[in-house]
Design a protein around this ligand. Structure first.
Ligand code: ATP
Length: 199
């Protein structure tokens, strides 16, 4: 079973593209969503996070106290690094378990959607990587609307990420989500190319 990654900058349209792959019955692991889930549902991760950020890391209802953690991590890069060092291995193990489960369903390939694939080195475990791109102005506008953020806040997030051009250079397949090229056609063409790898 091939392992394919799908990545791209904030607001490029990774999730939107994945919804199309879902219609082709491709199993998808949403790593960023899963990381958020694990942070509130994995007892060992909860313990580690509380050791780093104190009991205030969680709200009374058990939800993650994002403001508290974000406030500390923003000022203290070493803490952010330690948080990543807790979360990434937990997601990795969870993703491997998920991958094993998929074997019973017999799909030709699986997709792993994550904002960070090149940055974390997780591309080394993948057979191919798809990069979703969109013009920066479009990404800014889409995220402003989706997350109710200012243009400056979105630009700040973009500036913290690996430049899109670098991801495109490393990509095996590129999907242009610019409103001009048909997403469905591009997904079908990559789907066929991946199936052909196994043939
Ligand atoms: P993030 O990294 O922030 O999670 P993402 O890469 O997964 O973002 P999406 O959530 O798929 O991006 O898309 C960002 C926003 O843009 C969403 O609100 C989505 O509905 C919208 N969007 C994505 N692609 C298109 C498109 N082709 N046409 C119109 N809206 C789009």
């Amino acid at each position: 079973m091939l392992r394919i990654g799908i990545t791209g900058g904030i607001g490029s349209g990774k999730t939107t593209v994945c919804k199309i792959f879902e219609t082709l019955q491709i199993p998808i692991y949403y790593a960023d969503d899963r990381a958020k889930w694990l942070m509130v549902n994995s007892p060992s991760l909860q313990t580690g996070i509380q050791q780093l950020f104190g009991k205030e890391a969680y709200l009374e209802d058990g939800a993650l106290n994002r403001a508290h953690i974000g406030g500390i991590a923003f000022k203290d890069p070493a803490k952010l690094q330690k948080l990543n060092a807790l979360v990434h291995p937990a997601v990795f193990v969870d993703g491997e378990n998920w991958q094993q489960e998929q074997l019973t369903f017999g799909a030709t390939y699986t997709l792993k959607e994550a904002a960070l694939i090149y940055e974390t080195g997780s591309y080394k475990m993948l057979d191919k990587v798809i990069v979703v791109t969109a013009p920066e102005e479009m990404r800014i506008e889409r995220v402003m609307k989706r997350d109710n953020l200012s243009a400056e806040a979105v630009k700040e997030r973009i500036a913290r990420q690996m430049p899109e051009s670098e991801k495109v250079d490393k990509a095996d397949y590129v999907i242009q989500n610019d409103g001009q090229h048909s997403l469905i056609k591009q997904v079908l063409s990559i789907h066929q190319a991946i199936l052909a790898l196994k043939a």
